[in-house]
Design a protein around this ligand. Structure first.
Ligand code: B12
Length: 478
């Protein structure tokens, strides 16, 4: 039986649980492999933990999950790659087993990251089928080079096989007992669950459809409910969805809500969701509320219809108004997340958007300025018509970064690099806006290294990070 060690080393705080490793462990076991966990997130001495693991175990394959390449935050531009590279080098010192990398961060730039991290293999996209296949192939003496999604080195360079998206409906509910989810809930403030994969949207900046595909692959609602039962049984009672958008397709979201209600989960858990401001109506808001949802973060992006169209969004400003009304009617707290500085952005457009926010009164507004560029997205194709250093509107690592590996952001020259100061000046003093204020001591709207959140979680706050920050600001108890 092939043995696979799965490694997590996400250095961000609060620490988000590696839900992917729970899913992969379940898939490995289903396909006749043994999965072992090496979670370095909690290790005070990672080298000792690595040494101890490989003294005790001799896996056939070591899988490393890379959730983030960076924090996608213009003001800080923190790259996770040096830490990941160090961890992989450490693993290499203590094991001769091949190293394979995967994850949502890895899958954004699979070829270049294989070389950057000096791994033996990569798997781009879903791992449930590909990882067990690779483990079996290696143990059987094969090279696995026909496995869908596999990224591997050849004499003529790195090759990537086309990915084959997993049929999520065929998977049993994961037990969620591989990762220490209770600890992530205690020290990271939340657990996570996924109801589907993929996104049918065409937002010009977003890599989700590139990584997970355009077609929506749905988990069975009863399997989602069973998974949430499994988490609740471990005391993980505050959850965040891990879908791109929970409410799409609407009928599936309704069915998931009904399944959660049927298992009486609203008596045991609270959950928060990412949603799109489309196909969101009174009926869905009511069903989500009854199913235990307490808060929603909408990817609103902007308040001007022309800019929403330029960003490739399907909703318009009037939809934001409808969404706000539905949430207020059903007692759901909600945030509008904005993306300012995209192609065609203007100072007047930013002002109008912030005015709209003040009028619609969401519980909070999250402000992101600058758009992180990813390969394969329409925005990257539009912007990169030549060497990066010669393109207008780019901030961040413009030299020697044509692969977009290191953090690089587009800010329309119409608003220019002072966009952060401009936005901060417009909202300073209004606590409803989470803003990347360059003058602020703590970047409150960055969940990478956030001492305010970490401290609140220690004091018992749980749930979506924006909602913890809101409760702190309003002096509300956990
Ligand atoms: C939900 C979510 C959140 C939630 C997490 C909730 C929770 N409790 O888990 C919250 C809101 C907290 C959050 C926060 C952040 N997030 Co976030 N988040 C997501 C989202 C939507 C889903 C992630 C997820 O769990 N997916 C479900 C799992 C099952 O999928 P997966 O991890 O991809 O795993 C599959 C495969 O990748 C593969 N795989 C995974 N690991 C491995 C390992 C091996 C060896 C193999 C073979 C395969 C493999 O197999 C898995 C199963 O098929 C993604 C976008 C997306 N759709 O993926 C962004 C995303 C990961 N987040 C992102 C970012 C930037 C952040 C923040 C840094 C933002 C910030 N500055 O504050 C923080 C970091 C928080 C932290 N401290 O770690 C970016 C990362 C981009 C990048 N350049 O790396 C993403 C990709 C969104 C984006 N496109 O910008 N996030």
């Amino acid at each position: 039986m092939p043995i696979v060690t799965l490694v997590n080393a996400n250095e961000m705080r609060p620490a988000v649980g590696p839900i992917a490793l729970d899913y992969l462990a379940a898939a490995l076991e289903l396909r006749g492999c043994q999965a072992l966990l090496l979670d370095l997130t909690w290790a005070s001495d990672p080298e000792r933990a690595v040494a101890a693991h490989f003294r005790e175990h001799r896996p056939d394959l070591v899988g490393f999950t890379l959730r983030n390449t960076d924090d996608c935050y213009l003001a800080g531009r923190y790259s996770c790659l040096p830490h990941a590279r160090r961890t992989l080098a450490l693993l290499r010192r203590y094991t001769e087993a091949p190293l394979v990398v995967g994850g949502c961060g890895y899958s954004l730039l699979p070829e270049v990251l294989l070389a950057e991290l000096e791994a033996d293999f990569g798997i781009a996209g879903d791992g449930e089928e590909a990882l067990p296949q690779l483990a079996h192939a290696l143990v059987d003496g094969g090279d696995g080079t026909d496995i869908p999604g596999l990224v591997f080195k050849t004499k003529s360079g790195v090759r990537r096989n086309p990915a084959l998206p997993v049929d999520l409906a065929s998977l049993p509910p994961p037990a969620r007992n591989f990762v220490d989810n209770a600890r992530y809930w205690r020290e990271g403030g939340q657990g996570g669950f996924e109801t589907k994969r993929g996104c049918s949207g065409h937002c010009v900046y977003c890599a989700d459809p590139v990584v997970k595909g355009h077609s929506l692959r749905l988990r069975r609602p009863d399997a989602v409910a069973q998974e949430v039962v499994n988490l609740a049984n471990r005391g993980v009672t505050d959850l965040h969805t891990c879908d791109a958008e929970f409410n799409l397709p609407r009928e599936h979201a309704l069915a998931v809500c009904e399944a959660l209600i049927a298992r009486r989960l609203p008596e045991r858990v609270r959950w928060w969701a990412y949603c799109a401001p489309e196909e969101f109506d009174d009926e869905l808001a009511g069903a989500m509320k009854r199913a235990g949802c307490v808060g929603i973060d909408f990817g609103a992006d902007h308040g001007c219809d022309e800019q929403l169209a330029r960003l490739g969004r399907r909703h318009r400003a009037a939809d934001l108004e409808r969404v706000a009304d539905a949430c207020k009617r059903h007692g759901l707290v909600f945030m509008f997340d904005l993306l300012l500085g995209g192609p065609g952005e203007t100072h007047a457009g930013i002002r109008a958007t912030l005015d709209l926010m003040r009028r619609l009164e969401p519980s909070r507004v999250g402000l992101s300025v600058g758009v992180r560029l990813y390969p394969g997205t329409p925005l990257a194709a539009q912007v990169m018509r030549g060497p990066l250093a010669q393109q207008p509107g780019l901030l961040g690592e413009v030299e020697d970064n044509d692969s977009l590996l290191r953090p690089i952001f587009y800010v329309d020259p119409g608003v220019g690099p002072e966009i952060s100061e401009f936005v901060a000046d417009l909202v300073r003093g209004d606590q409803r806006f989470f803003c990347p204020d360059p003058a602020a001591e703590v970047a409150d709207y960055n969940y990478r290294e956030n001492p305010i959140l970490v401290d609140a979680i220690t004091r018992g706050y749980r749930g979506a990070y924006w909602d913890i920050l809101r409760r702190l600001q309003e002096g509300l108890p956990p």
